[in-house]
Design a protein around this ligand. Structure first.
Ligand code: GUN
Length: 304
């Protein structure tokens, strides 16, 4: 059996970002509209700082207006809610993203549900979750949207396929399942309490792994020829002798929720980590911001 096709998320995301750049240029020229994205970071979590920097950079590169708000770690919930209210009212801001996780003194749900649903480019507001579940015009969370784009690019029509979503988070698992249902897949959501998890996985034509447990899915859980989308990003010690000949314990690398080396021998197509789902998430954030700006201004939306 030949190895799986590797789905190149980096190249795909670059194409999406180029398209978004063209859409932004057209909105400026034809409608005098410059989409704007505000990203809010509370505290100094190093990983969040990197994400926020990358989001701001990508926003500016696409020709959109980027607004970054950095607040100290001891910011009160009231102060954060006041900033969100200010951004809700700002006509130059079409998308608002409050980077998660938030410090303990702030109620995450209260903040997410204060964001105007029309500007909720993360798609985390209950209104958008409800619209997605009921087939309405939702803003869709970026990571599942990116996963779906890669699945459609790889497989074309998804109708009738058996899809297994491993993980039930509000950010990835649940919206992913809704999107696959919308594509006429037969969808199972599996999680830590699922009985016979290996057998559930082995039945799936499409396997989306989003549990946050490093290399949890071995190759022999994968149906031969299945398409595997790995959402996991886990830092582990570098255990490949060729990459770490001195066995330096401080050397780390990123791995997914799927054991890539064994799964690539069985799957039909698979996303790598890094370079798979990750780059698509930012590309979809930009696409969501264009969608939000168009809807707010009654301008026809570019096709997804
Ligand atoms: N933290 C990690 N991923 C995300 C994301 O997609 N959106 C937000 N707001 N915070 C995150």
């Amino acid at each position: 059996m030949t190895d799986a096709t590797i789905i190149d998320g980096k190249a795909f995301a670059a194409r999406v970002r180029e398209t978004v750049g063209q859409q932004v240029a057209a909105l400026k020229n034809q409608h005098g509209l410059t989409p704007g994205l505000a990203v809010v970071l509370v505290g100094e979590d190093p990983a969040s700082e990197v994400y926020v920097r990358n989001k701001g950079k990508a926003t500016a590169e696409s020709g959109m207006a980027s607004f970054e708000h950095k607040l100290p770690a001891d910011t009160s919930e009231a102060d954060l809610l006041a900033l969100v209210a200010q951004l809700n009212a700002d006509p130059a801001v079409h998308g608002i993203l409050v980077q998660l996780p938030l410090p303990d003194q702030i109620n995450e749900a209260a903040v997410l549900d204060t964001i105007d649903p029309a500007k909720d480019v993360d798609g985390f507001h209950v209104i958008n979750a409800g619209r997605l579940a009921t087939g309405g015009d939702a803003l869709v969370p970026c990571t599942p949207r990116g996963c779906l784009m890669m699945l459609k690019e790889t497989l074309g029509d998804l109708s009738g396929k058996r899809a297994l979503v491993l993980g039930r988070s509000n950010i990835v698992g649940k919206p992913m399942a809704q999107l696959l249902l919308g594509e006429n897949c037969t969808v199972t959501i599996a999680h830590s309490r699922t009985a016979d998890l290996a057998d559930e996985c082995r039945r799936a034509d499409i396997l989306v792994a989003a549990v946050g447990r490093e290399r949890m899915v071995p190759g022999d859980w994968v149906k031969p020829g299945a398409t595997v989308i790995d959402v996991g990003i886990n830092r582990v010690p570098e255990d490949r002798p060729a990459k770490n000949p001195d066995n330096d314990p401080s050397k780390m690398r990123l791995v997914g929720d799927v054991d890539f080396d064994s799964a690539v021998k069985v799957a039909g197509a698979i996303t790598p980590v890094p370079g798979g789902v990750g780059p698509m998430t930012i590309a979809c954030l930009l696409a969501n911001t264009v969608t939000a700006a168009c809807r707010q201004h009654g301008v026809p939306e570019p096709k997804a």
